[in-house]
Design a protein around this ligand. Sequence first.
Ligand code: ZN
Length: 256
Amino acid sequence: MAKINTINDCQLIFLGTGGGRFTVFNQIRKSGGIWFKLNGKLFAIDPGPGALVEAIKHKLYPSKLAAIFLSHRHLDHSADMNAIIESMTEGGHKKRGIVFAPREATEEDPVILRYNRKNFEIVNQTEFHTYEVNNVRIGVKAKHMHTTETYGAIFSFQYHNFAFIPDTLYFDDLPELYRADIVIMNTVFCHERQGFMHLSSDDVYKFLEKNCPKKFIMTHFGLSFLKEKPWEVAKKISDETGCNVIAAYDGMVVDI
Ligand SMILES: [Zn+2]
């Protein structure tokens, strides 16, 4: 493994913090996903609608992508996959990048166009498997409880790590699976809603009881959560649990 001596730039950039149909398809919050920058290389997580436009606005050029991690095929997560891939491979002319995506997103009802599948590698995530790309280890965890095949992961590099918990119904193993310095959770709802396989801020309390990371970031807000002002909800959770909880906003940058 090549050695990195210094991390000169290492950041998480929230290109979009909207989740669910109403927020995303009315663009009440943006939906470009979470991008991770490490020593000039980029990783994109869930490039939803507008990801390419937002990335370029933030000077995050897809030609620098080492990998794209797609948690699942729902459009609020995957809509810009083809645009980002086309930009990453410079129109299919440059061999570049690995796309991690669930099998259901590449085979069953594919969100990556078949004609566009050249000059990059597709890896279908396997539960509890760790992959390595450009000195970043991507540890995929258990399959989530969602309406389509969905995976989250812990991204580790040098002495740092962050966890990404995409859409799922809450399950008891979540806090144990996702132990990391920074934990990012897709909390679509403020309060649990029967019949929807999504996390809520109520689940954040359950999670923090067992796993209180250095920084806990809520994102992917549905409309009903936005009405409750996520930053105020985050402060209330921080005050009540003693953990450092923040609500992500569009364009938020977290230095690691
Ligand atoms: Zn979903």
